[in-house]
Design a protein around this ligand. Structure first.
Ligand code: ZN
Length: 295
């Protein structure tokens, strides 16, 4: 690969900001479904880039889009929202946090603009679970402010946390920037992962229960624990043992996430008779789709 290709080659499905207006118009003849990746710019330890959550949100949507294409359910992705509600990660260098009110306005106005373009069905996909509350409010606002938009927020942490123990090698519960998340960035941005800087840091089970345990609402439980300062739990910005991460594990995680996302969207926006919790993978996407990157 020469330098130009390395810098600018486009593989897989494009995001909206990589398309032209006429391309979006043409795609809208086949679909009115938008997958919106909602990321963040926040610290993930010394070994992961600040854009980790944006990269993950984008990849979740791209992989889901490939599976949806194979099911005959075309969608458009993006643009990636690069900022999030990351207040509890402030205190670590490089973290950018928008207030909840700003995030709600930002997400609602992005969706309303794309509604104007012709999108009607919106699936908001996070890369940072701290965005879930504002994503839910924005989705509701969108529906309230339009006569016929549909909107849903998809929290893939719930299906992933059910099978994490079969995917990760760590015997302890891994958290933000730990084995699982590091593994996923090793897939998409290996050149940005500094495993030699990875520090092992676990927190007491009692703390972990409140950060992301089975009772926490973001992983399928019924309790919301507001987080004050992540720095109180970790001086590094991450929790877990990132050195255990491999791209193979990352791919397994992405597969679980993308499969679930695709099945929910195919069922709820395309009327497909699919069980989101089925373990049977969807068929491989058509090669033409992979080659041209066209929706
Ligand atoms: Zn993250």
């Amino acid at each position: 690969m020469n330098e130009h290709e390395a810098l600018y080659s486009q593989k897989g499905p494009p995001t909206l900001d990589e398309m032209t207006g006429p391309e979006v118009e043409a795609a809208l003849k086949h679909t009115d479904v938008l997958l919106l990746p909602v990321g963040a710019t926040e610290a993930h330890g010394a070994h992961l880039p600040l854009g980790t959550d944006s990269f993950e949100a984008r990849e979740n949507c791209r992989r889901a889009a490939l599976r949806l294409e194979s099911l005959g359910c075309p969608v458009i992705i993006g643009p990636v929202i690069p900022f999030g509600a990351s207040s509890f990660h402030l205190g670590f260098a490089g973290t950018i946090s928008l207030s909840s009110r700003t995030m709600i306005s930002l997400l609602t106005e992005v969706c309303l603009s794309l509604y104007e373009t012709g999108f009607r069905k919106f699936a908001l996909v996070h890369g940072h679970d701290g965005n879930l509350p504002v994503m839910m409010v924005a989705a509701q606002d969108l529906v309230d402010q339009t006569p016929d938009a549909q909107a849903m927020v998809l929290n893939w942490l719930t299906p992933l946390s059910k099978v994490y123990h079969t995917i990760q090698t760590s015997k302890k519960q891994e958290g933000h920037g730990g084995e699982g998340e590091t593994a996923r960035i090793l897939v998409t941005h290996p050149q940005l992962v500094k495993l030699e800087q990875a520090v092992k840091h676990h927190v007491p089970p009692e703390d972990m229960r409140k950060i992301q345990g089975p009772e926490h609402i973001k992983t399928g439980g019924g309790i919301f624990y507001a987080t004050r300062r992540y720095k109180d739990h970790t001086p590094y910005g991450h929790i877990g043992d990132p050195a255990l991460a491999t791209a193979e594990t990352g791919n397994k995680g992405y597969d679980v996430i993308a499969e679930w996302l695709a099945r929910v969207i195919a069922r709820d926006y395309f009327g497909k008779d699919l069980d989101p919790n089925s373990a049977t993978p969807t068929p491989a996407p058509p090669q033409s789709f992979l080659r041209t990157g066209q929706v």
